[in-house]
Write a protein that binds this ligand. Structure first.
Ligand code: NAP
Length: 276
């Protein structure tokens, strides 16, 4: 049987409809939903990401407030800016773009964020809630993986999920969210021995490695579900961490592009509207 192509757009569309309604209801009560985006410096990727988020929030009926600070802004001044936004009642959520310039400690910026305005789980309190299994508001990318699995009706309870990658933004939190859904979770990383034989045991594979075509068909059990988080440029072409030939072994898989990435920004919006 052909594998199910788990595209991101239908998932994002469901969230879009729900958020348009929520934002419109808030507006009717005189409440504007405003996302503050803080960028320090000229990192081109951050500016592209910012542009997409601004477009998205406005398309949902919300507003964006852009705070652009010079690259040499002192850490204490960035923190002062975040604290001002924390205390500003007209701001619903705050997203400081990471990574910050080298002289700024990203963790300190996350710690300065008011937990209830932290839309991408940068504050340790919010991360802790996810790790304690009390919150599903992890960072946007792990949440995107879970939203896709849920949308396509993938059975998770009791399944063996193998996550490749242990970063704080993807691998670790997605492992915790899978655990919340009663998966048996194995986390692989660069020191894992005999990684292919572990991946081969997986009912669900989440690849967050950052290496194009890292997961090959010989590592995939027949019928496995594959979530490909990877974003890699090879010869000017966007590709994932999973060799497309794995599709023949899988029962369902996310495409790259058009999979996890499409839903990630919508998860920022979902977190933004969670308290309204
Ligand atoms: P990262 O911080 O670089 O982490 C990569 C992880 O992969 C690390 O835990 C590393 O292990 C592991 N790894 C590297 N080489 C390996 C190997 N040969 N064998 C086994 N494990 C290996 O990356 P990330 O931020 O988690 O992102 C992962 C991928 O997802 C990247 O391609 C990134 O662009 C993409 N991404 C996509 C989205 C989206 O919305 N679709 C969002 C964020 C990231 P160690 O810990 O041992 O070093």
């Amino acid at each position: 049987m052909a594998a199910v192509l788990m595209k991101g757009k239908p998932v994002a569309d469901v969230y879009r409809a729900a958020m348009e309604t929520k934002i419109a209801e808030a507006k009717a009560k005189g409440i504007d939903v405003v996302l503050a985006i803080v960028i320090v410096g000229d990192d081109p990727a951050s500016h592209v990401y910012k542009g997409r988020l601004v477009k998205l929030v406005e398309s949902l009926g919300g507003k964006a407030k852009e705070i652009l600070l010079p690259a040499d802004t002192k850490q204490e001044d960035v923190i002062a800016c975040i604290e001002k936004l924390n205390n500003d009642k007209s701001i619903t959520g705050i997203l400081p773009m990471m990574p910050m310039p080298k002289h700024i400690n990203d963790d300190e910026i996350g710690a300065a964020l008011a937990a209830e305005k932290d839309v991408d789980c940068l504050n340790v309190v919010n991360a802790g809630e996810v790790f304690l299994g009390r919150s599903r508001y992890a960072a946007c990318t792990p949440r995107s993986c879970m939203a896709i699995l849920e949308h396509y009706g993938i059975e998770l309870s009791g399944k063996h999920a193998v996550v490749i990658g242990r970063s704080n933004v993807v691998g670790k939190p997605v492992s915790m969210l899978l655990l919340q859904k009663n998966c048996t979770v194995t986390i692989c990383h660069s020191r894992t021995q005999d990684l292919p034989s572990i991946v081969k045991q997986a009912d669900i594979i989440v690849a967050a490695v950052g290496k194009a075509g890292f997961v090959t068909p010989d590592m995939v059990k027949d019928g496995a579900v594959i979530v490909d988080v990877g974003i890699n440029m090879v010869d000017g072409k966007l590709c994932g961490d999973v060799d497309p030939a794995c599709e023949e072994k899988a029962s369902a898989f996310t495409p790259v592009p058009g999979g996890v990435g499409v839903v990630s920004n919508m998860m920022v919006m979902d977190a933004l509207t969670r308290n309204i």
